[in-house]
Design a protein around this ligand. Sequence first.
Ligand code: SF4
Length: 556
Amino acid sequence: MPATPKSPAAGEAAARRKTGRHRGEGQWAVGHFTPLNGNEQFKKDDDGLNVRTRIETIYSKTGFDSIDPADLRGRMRWWGLYTQRRPGIDGGKTAILEDAELDDKFFMLRVRIDGGRLTTGQLRVIGEISQEFARGTADLTDRQNIQYHWIRIEDVPEIWRRLEAVGLSTTEACGDTPRVILGSPVAGIAEDEIVDGTPAIDEIHRRFVGNPDFSNLPRKFKSAVSGSPLLDVAHEINDVAFVGVRHPEHGPGFDVWVGGGLSTNPKIGVRLGAWVPLSEVPDVFGAVIGIFRDYGYRRLRTRARLKFLVADWGAERFREVLEKEYLGRPLLDGPAPEVPVERWRDHVGVHRQKDGRYYVGFAPRVGRVDGSTLTKIAELAEEHGSGRLRTTAEQKMIVLDVEEDQVASLSAGLEALDLRVSPSPFRRGTMACTGIEFCKIAIVETKARGASLIDELERRLPEFDEPLTINLNGCPNACARIQVADIGLKGQLVLDDDGRQVEGYQVHLGGALGLQAGFGRKVRGLKVTSDGLPDYVERVLRRYLEQRTDGERFAA
Ligand code: SF4
């Protein structure tokens, strides 16, 4: 069991010994229970989970203008709600205007889909809510969630009622909480699976999500569990990740990674060198999240992710604290995961399951679908499969359990909806965050830009045949993982040829996950305007096609 937060009496000396740092990072474990910033203050004033009652009994009846500011821009996130950007404010004003000036009176609402598991019944409900309450919006995220926009506070209780009636929720979909638990989208069905992590995901959810003991973390806590040899959950960039491996003596289990994360100070997670059997994954998850809650830095939001503590402690000390203070026993040493040969980790295309049936993965453009399309996907999955679907960590979806004689008809149905089962590398490998359309932090447009870039590249480079990732962010944050893309595009204002400030991107080249995980190089001074983006990417890719040697993959 995780340790209880230390009292002030636990002492600063112990803290210095354990953390190697003096007071000042706001760690509860060294007695820093006095909030050191506004976020810590509103969390101390009232648990974010408690805002649900106020939404149901007050705000949904009295309207947007009656919402307490600390709830509006703070605690509502604990239930997946963010205010969305007021339309028409250009990116140049993003950093200048106050939140209140940027706020629209509508919300983004995130539905958490742990492990990416959905039934057709659930997808129908998600589609209906989209059409009835969200102006048709529904985006697939790169964390297996689905996000709505244009949500009115008045409608939130009814949306929750409908979601929860089919076993879905928005609980802790945002906020300083245990966010959605990523899982292999082919858990339980893949022929090459090492171990099915689904029971661990369910148990973690049961124990830790919506639990007031873990609802005031220093910041968000991202996690992933996958027993697929494809390493299909971006484990390198999660706060904690469990990756399928075979122990030479004990068989299938998980290798534990901690301290990954992107944003403005990116870090690849580190291995603890520990092997954990499936049944013990929830305990180890609890120990890691307990360390984060108790020892995590709370003074500065920019240093409050687990990756900073892991960077300061190192893997050895982290494992020691985990074992001695939180688990009360040592963990077994274990092997590292093998490097996958396959570069695509998105499960797009037609693949055989271990039971002889097939799964069919498909690609919308940059994760953008809509309520009516989701309803049609549910119909197709019901006609051709068993009613099971999955979302992926690459903004894609999968229909499971398709008999061989149904594959062609399902694929044709999906393609007719512009959901590609055999997409170009550009459709398959391009992701975009929400961007300026709805995000208050954004500086530039991303979704439409990403979609038009795909169309342009398909037209200009039909011969391009390599796995390739192009990720677009609307600001310096990393919601679309720009640092680990072959071509990462960080939204910012740039100067055009006439010296005018226009939307554009700082280019990062050569990032990767999996095969050679690492961050792209920020090419000094290499910025492109949004209008010049297709020309730039075409130039880079043509140069690669002309100069590549046998067996060389694209890595700019
Ligand atoms: Fe918003 Fe920036 Fe995240 Fe994009 S990367 S969704 S613009 S915060």
